[in-house]
Design a binder for this molecule. Structure first.
Ligand code: PMP
Length: 449
């Protein structure tokens, strides 16, 4: 490979050069085909090369791609905010557009703090989160993230926000079983609030289904209702980080809809532009906007490219495409089809410990031993071996895990474009079976080392 000055994730590694994409497939310059079973980073929700999106991009580019939000507004931005308000339900009516999921969670955090300031409660500045979570890479977002591997270099620069345990039923931190446990993991929020003092807490942030840090850890049924009730009772805002789960990934606009919970603020990203343009948002309820609107009348945040018409036009086209092709409504059916086949693999290969998730956000956790659930040591880098082996067979998977030795195992996320067909899911399973077989054979021979 010729010399490259591009800073890629691993500097010494050769990455295939992608030429083009079509539906759930990507093709590199040597015509190797990859089935995108992860939608990149759970982003390409409607697949690659969709002509309706390309047409919308061209149309907007011919008009205007950039305006500065302090000077103008635009039709795509106005229409997108209106459409999201319509789809999000409840009183989640206000959109602050940004360019990445990290900006969305960080904006959500700042709005939560500002909300309490407007109400004269200036000590409410801490954000409670969960240990095993990922809310983004910028310092504010990372401060809220329970992700050892991503934090460790920057620990002195990060806010030391308090955390509680996640609803991780496969490895329950309380050694209990739902629902008999009474949701000790949610009750822990109450304990934490009493310990820290509600006067100091602005918000609690959580991913409805824990993505990158956990591998699609979905909560037990009543968990979020309990969380919201505790937040409300203590006057703490609930921020749902729906960067990965939002925009149809779990079969609904917001994953929180599954449990009948309306958050106070939502962070959106990834599927919003479906990979065609960088766009994300902090979606804010009327309740939270009210004191800001009647108080300082501005949200103290913003980026140069916030609400740029090009990205907004793309997101509008993505929504149109989702609606016109009835895509969200078909997710649960497709999910059931894929889940069944993945569960079968679990019984075929003893190193698959758990298959879980919601909609087309499915996690697979790997273990050394089925019965004891013993994780592989971090040094074995088992997830990376899975990813690389799958890549060889033309299958793209998303690595997950927070790098916490002995506590949390290796995991991957399987999250194909929501447009995937049954035949393509069969192909996905075939390639995954080959991957698992190779890993199994290597484990039998004494790997991974
Ligand atoms: N929140 C969640 C739940 C995410 O999954 C991610 C990205 N993996 C982020 C925030 C950060 O998004 P971005 O990479 O676009 O900054």
């Amino acid at each position: 490979m010729k010399r490259s000055y591009l800073i890629k994730p691993m500097l010494d590694e050769d990455y295939p050069i992608i030429d083009f994409g079509k539906g759930v497939y990507l093709y590199d310059i040597e015509f190797k085909e990859y089935l995108d079973a992860s939608s990149g980073a759970v982003t390409a929700n409607i697949g690659h090369g969709v002509k309706e999106i390309i047409t919308a991009m061209k149309k907007q580019a011919k008009k205007v791609s950039f305006i500065y939000r302090s000077q103008f507004t635009s039709e795509p931005a106005e229409q997108l905010a209106e459409k999201i308000a319509e789809l999000a339900g409840g009183d989640l009516n206000w959109s602050f557009f940004v360019n990445s999921g990290s900006e969305a969670t960080e904006t959500a955090m700042k709005i939560a703090i500002q909300y309490w300031q407007e109400k004269g409660l200036k000590t409410k500045t801490k954000i409670l989160s969960r240990w095993v979570s990922y809310h983004g890479i910028t310092l504010g977002a990372l401060s809220m993230s329970g992700h050892a591997a991503r934090r460790e270099r920057f620990t002195p620069l990060l806010e030391d926000f308090p955390t509680i345990h996640p609803p991780y039923c496969y490895r329950c931190p309380f050694n209990q079983t739902a629902p008999e446990c009474g949701y000790s993991c949610a009750q822990e929020l109450e304990t934490a609030i009493r310990r820290i003092g509600a006067d100091h807490i602005a918000a609690f942030i959580a991913e409805p289904v824990i993505g990158a840090a956990g591998g699609a850890i979905s909560p037990p049924e009543d968990y979020y209702q309990l969380i919201k009730e505790i937040c409300d009772r203590h006057q703490i805002l609930f921020i749902a980080d729906e960067v990965m789960t939002g925009f149809g990934r779990t079969g609904t606009m917001l994953a929180c809809e599954h449990w009948g919970v309306t958050p106070d603020i939502v962070a959106l990203g990834k599927g919003m532009g479906a990979g065609y343009a960088p766009i994300a948002a902090a979606l804010v309820s009327d309740r939270v906007m009210e004191p800001i609107r009647s108080g300082s009348k501005m949200v103290m945040s913003g980026h140069t490219l916030s609400a740029n018409p090009q990205s907004c036009a793309v997101s509008l086209a993505v929504i149109n495409y989702l609606e016109q092709n009835n895509i969200m409504n078909l997710v649960s059916e497709k999910s059931a089809y894929l889940f069944k086949k993945l569960q079968k693999l679990k019984y075929q290969f003893p190193f698959i410990g758990d298959v879980r998730g919601l909609g087309l956000l499915i996690g697979m956790e790997f273990v050394q031993d089925h019965n004891t659930k013993t994780p592989f040591p971090r040094a074995a880098a088992f997830t990376q071996k899975v990813i690389k082996t799958a890549m060889k067979y033309g299958l793209l998977l998303y690595p997950a895990g927070a790098g916490i030795d002995g506590i949390h195992g290796d995991a991957i996320i399987i999250s194909p474009p929501l447009t995937i067909t049954n035949e393509e899911m069969d192909e996905l399973i075939q390639r995954l079976t080959k991957t698992c077989q190779e890993l199994y054979d290597s484990l039998q021979k004494g790997g991974p080392k």
